[in-house]
Design a protein around this ligand. Sequence first.
Ligand SMILES: Cc1ncc(C[n+]2csc(CCOP(=O)(O)OP(=O)(O)O)c2C)c(N)n1
Ligand code: SF4
Ligand SMILES: [Mg+2]
Length: 298
Amino acid sequence: MSAQRYPLEEYFYPGNASCPGCGATMALRWVLKALGKKSIMVVPACCTSVFMGLYPKSAIGIPVLNIAFAAAAAAASGIVAALKARGKDATVLVWAGDGGTVDIGIQALSGAAERQTDFIYICYDNEAYMNTGIQRSGATPYGAITTTTPILGKREHKKNMPRIMIAHDIPYVATATSGYPHDLFRKVKKAKEKRGATRYIHILAPCPPGWRFDSKLTVKISRLAVRTGMWVLYEVEDGKFRLTGPSKALLDPEKRLPVEEYLKLQGRFSHLTREDIEEIQRWVDRQWELISKMVSKE
Ligand SMILES: Cc1ncc(C[n+]2csc(CCOP(=O)(O)OP(=O)(O)O)c2C)c(N)n1
Ligand code: SF4
Ligand SMILES: [Mg+2]
């Protein structure tokens, strides 16, 4: 794919304060390229509030409102209303972590989606509350060690937030991950064009210190999440479900790599027993059964 198809302008600058190999910042760079300058970003408390830098400096080249943890979708709803009242046009983006989305921000997000508020909500999912020291969230996968699940790892499976958003009947829901930036860029562009209602994108964003892997492995781990079927790339546009990228070829279980290929590179899973790994494999296979029903409904 030619790099010339992508804007050269950068809205997420070098010199920011993220960890090396941060999957969230890789994704944010592409999200902002796709959205362009006429955008306003709302960020609840999360790693982004920190790595964007300290006022009066900022690593983000568009206006950003940092807001209380539970309030991102409510604050963004207010910005959308204010823009409308003043006759101004801009894309409003919520950029929130998994804790700020699947747990604490879900009520404000669900309310805004039910009202079909005209904004894009993106959850970057590093699968724990990373900014405050790696506490488990509703998005943490089964078996992962966090500071609040320190011995056996989390005993519950990951909450499926994109499916919850699909149930809101919004015109666009998609999943993405940092290791496939072209797929991510295309989805953000599409979300930008679908004005007039809520659009939701959920990005799996590997986190080297939180998942305990070497920072040079971020892209590899992101891609293994997809190749093993742990993370599924798809979009639901006006109710129509479509697998995208490498996930298109993975409906057949034989084509998916064993989950172990993904788990074994991450220290957060290094204590897992054979039974744990089998439980995760069963969960992945169950997720794909649900996916195959969505494909066949097309
Ligand atoms: C009401 C409230 N509770 C707790 C906090 C402390 N806090 C700030 S950021 C954060 C973690 C956010 O996790 P997530 O949304 O997953 O984003 P990440 O840090 O992983 O990027 C927490 C618990 C807070 N700011 N406000
Ligand atoms: S803790 Fe994880 S998500 Fe947060 S800045 Fe570091 S790598 Fe990125
Ligand atoms: Mg998080």
